[in-house]
Ligand binder design. Structure first.
Ligand code: C2E
Ligand code: CA
Ligand code: CA
Length: 714
């Protein structure tokens, strides 16, 4: 037998733990992602801002480089002396002295070229040497000179290539400072400043352009930042190039270890959370599993409890039930378990229950589940094709085997009720039906199995309505005693009467075998018993010389107020207690020996006598007779009738009576119907006889006329 349905109940904590972990994970990753993104944005914008600053600086450097050359060429070209000189005879020597010679070593320009108004070279010197500007500066030089050749015009500036050199050329028409000339053509002065490595380095320092270099190619370099140096036609002649400083990346590189550490910490934190939540989930799962197990199992035997059984019944497919098979619920009740508990204590009772549980689990392969539903109530779930009656019989047989506990041999029995599942049946209804069958089994006698039948429901309903009627009947005193005479063997005269309850209802009479147990079950027996006792005592008050026997239910005897009630009744009716005999059956002696003993002793102290009723049909022993101080024993009818069966009856009967006689306990024989029975029992040693032969139970008047005749009647 195994547990198959617990797992689903444990999914919830796992889901909760998983959701918590997932939320934390998503949250942590989102924060990390946002932070990472912010850092990258900061890095990139710092890089971009620095690049923009560098571009602005480079452009400013070019502007200032140009402005310087422009100022120099303007200062020299717009000069009255120069204007006069270039248009005179000594133009060549004058321009050499003032400008050509200067080119040898002068920071502001490297070459100086003077052209006459027709573009013919007057003088051209570069670093102190004569050179041909048209050849060195290329075709655009002529264009540039033409463009510069106009009065009142700003100097024309343009980058140019000269061999492998890149230089800035600034040109301006030579004119008088205060000139108002209207000449259409003038001489032109042109200075050039070479972008040597030193010049580039100086620009870099002045304008904070780290790594600035001159790319002497007319095509922009691929990497880094560039600014074009345009020629006269606007096309790039060369480029200033420098690497992007990427200050953001530099800062990023510096803080990268910290970011990595933080990421590492975050990762560790995540792993910690994940493992912790997994552990937590496992603990929750285990707790849920344990709680579910506890809620559905019996603590003592480990079997399912009522909840667990109902769960299995609600989902029969989960326990291996297929529609081709029969599912049967067997409910069983232990017979005599209470007596074991009372006699040996609860520890032994507990061991017994555990042993019962073990036996039940092994009773049959088709018994897939065993459950304990209450004190000594168990259930077995059968799935298979074995007839349920056969399995019930096996259960009864298996529990009838004695149990060995701590050197004791304990025998109990069991009653079983079973019901087979109709697929439409609600589990509670199945249990109710099996319970009804069990109830019937217990009523029918011990060690019996009973199958549910629909008639049981009708019976139960009848019983319920009968209970209502009984309540009514008791309340309106409809149940009265009749009296059956007891004959003394010695005198052959009536020596006493036994009161027997009779319920005559308008619809017919109900037998005491029906209504007494019903009153016992429905809690009416105390009231009913006291009423019959009171009524019998009142009637018997008139029959001075007769004893009165009244039957007492075990339940009454166990009621703590019983002794006081009887005492009060006797006082009220002024009835001599020595005339009263209370008849009890042995059942109460087994189930509640201590309470029975206390009540018996208290009432015996008043003078009341006790008779053990129905001796010989149950388990009562002669020992019990003495132990509880019985004053009389009543031989059960079945023993008396057994006399006729020569084979077994007489020996046992005679021995029993002889034993009682030896113990000084007188014996009444019940159910005497024939003269021969009367003779035989008298001879065997019974001192009183009771039965139809001497008189049927009769009402007061009939009894009084019988007493008046004072003779035996048939
Ligand atoms: P019991 O105490 O053994 O009562 C004797 C039963 O045997 C009576 O049945 C009686 O009518 C019947 N009986 C007597 N002589 C003969 C005979 O010669 N032949 C046959 N066949 N039967 C005979 P009754 O009155 O039906 O009572 C049945 C049982 O109900 C009683 O058995 C007793 O246990 C119980 N009972 C009756 N009245 C009361 C009562 O007031 N209180 C309690 N607690 N139980 C009662
Ligand atoms: Ca009796
Ligand atoms: Ca009896």
């Amino acid at each position: 037998m195994s547990d198959k349905t617990g797992a689903s109940k444990t999914a919830a904590p796992r889901r909760i733990a998983f959701a918590t972990a997932l939320t934390t994970l998503v949250l942590a990753l989102s924060i990390a992602g946002l932070l990472g993104f912010a850092i990258l944005v900061m890095r990139d914008s710092a890089n971009r801002m620095d690049d923009e600053r560098a571009l602005r600086a480079a452009n400013a450097a070019i502007v200032s480089f140009k402005a310087k050359l422009a100022a120099t060429v303007r200062d020299n070209a717009v000069w009255d002396d120069a204007y006069t000189a270039v248009n005179s005879e000594e133009a060549g020597s004058w321009t050499y002295d003032n400008w050509g010679k200067t080119t040898e070593a002068y920071p502001l320009y490297d070459s100086a070229v003077v052209l006459d108004r027709n573009g013919v070279v007057i003088s051209a010197y570069e670093k102190g040497q004569v050179f041909d500007p048209y050849q060195r500066f290329g075709a655009s030089f002529a264009d540039m000179m033409r463009a510069a050749n106009a009065p009142k015009r700003d100097p024309v500036l343009s980058f140019a290539r000269a061999g492998s050199d890149i230089l800035l050329i600034g040109s301006s028409a030579i004119q008088a400072y205060s000139s108002t000339t209207t000449d259409s053509a003038l001489a032109v002065l042109s200075f050039s400043k070479r972008l040597s490595d030193e010049v580039v380095a100086q620009i870099a320092t002045e304008h904070q352009l780290t790594g600035l270099s001159l790319s002497r190619n007319p095509v922009a370099p691929q990497d880094g930042l560039t600014v074009a140096l345009p020629g006269f036609d606007g096309q790039p002649v060369a480029f200033f190039a420098w690497p992007s400083q990427k200050p953001g990346s530099a800062v990023f590189a510096r803080i990268k270890p910290y970011i990595l550490s933080a990421a590492g910490l975050l990762l560790a934190f995540m792993i910690l959370i994940l493992t912790a939540s997994r552990k937590e989930a496992a603990i929750l799962r285990a707790m849920a599993q344990k709680a579910h197990h506890q809620a559905s199992h019996d603590g003592l035997t480990g079997l399912l409890n009522r909840t667990g059984l109902l769960e299995r019944l609600a989902a029969p497919a989960g326990v291996g039930y297929a529609p081709t098979e029969t599912l049967t619920l067997h409910l069983l009740d232990l017979d005599g378990f209470k007596a074991v508990n009372d006699a040996w204590g609860h520890a032994v009772g507990d061991v017994l229950l555990k042993m019962v549980a073990q036996r039940l689990q092994a009773v049959h392969p088709e018994a897939v589940y065993a459950a304990r539903l209450g004190g000594d109530e168990f259930a077995l779930l059968q799935i298979g094709r074995t007839p349920p009656d056969a399995l019930s019989a096996e259960i009864v047989a298996c529990l009838a085997q004695p149990f060995a506990i701590g050197g004791r041999t304990i025998e109990i029995g069991s009653s079983v009720g079973h019901c087979s599942q109709d697929p439409t049946l609600d589990p509670l209804e199945l249990v109710r039906r099996a319970d009804m069958a069990l109830y019937k089994a217990k009523q029918t006698g011990r060690g019996r199995a009973y199958a549910y039948r629909p008639e049981l429901d009708a019976e139960r309903e009848q019983l319920a309505s009968l209970e209502g009627q009984l309540r009514q009947a008791i309340a309106s005193d409809l149940i009265k005693p009749v009296f059956q005479p007891l004959i003394s063997v010695a005198t052959q005269k009536i020596c006493g009467v036994e009161a027997l309850a009779r319920w005559r209802s308008p619809t017919g009479s109900v037998a005491p075998d029906i209504f007494i147990p019903l009153a016992e079950r429905s809690g009416l027996i105390d009231e009913l018993g006291m009423k019959i006792l009171a009524s019998a005592i009142r009637s018997a008050g008139r029959w001075d010389r007769l004893t009165l026997s009244v039957n007492i239910s075990p339940i009454q005897l166990c009621n703590p107020t019983f002794v006081d009630s009887v005492t009060a009744l006797l006082e009220r009716e002024a009835f001599d207690p020595r005339r009263l005999t209370l008849e009890i059956t042995e059942g109460v002696l087994i189930s509640n020996p201590d309470q029975a003993r206390r009540a018996i002793n208290a009432l015996k102290d008043l003078g009341i006598q006790f008779a053990l009723d129905d001796f010989g049909c149950g388990f009562a022993s002669i020992g019990a007779l003495r132990q509880f101080g019985f004053d009389r024993m009543k031989l059960d009818r079945s023993l008396v009738w057994g006399l006729d069966d020569e084979a077994k009856g007489p020996g046992v009967l005679k021995a029993t009576i002889a034993l009682a006689a030896a113990l000084n306990i007188p014996v009444t024989a019940e159910g005497i119907e024939t003269e021969s029975q009367a003779r035989a029992l008298g001879a065997a040693g019974c001192d009183q006889l009771q039965g139809y032969l001497v008189g049927k139970p009769m009402d007061e008047e009939a009894l009084e006329s019988l007493i008046a005749q004072d003779r035996l009647v048939a």
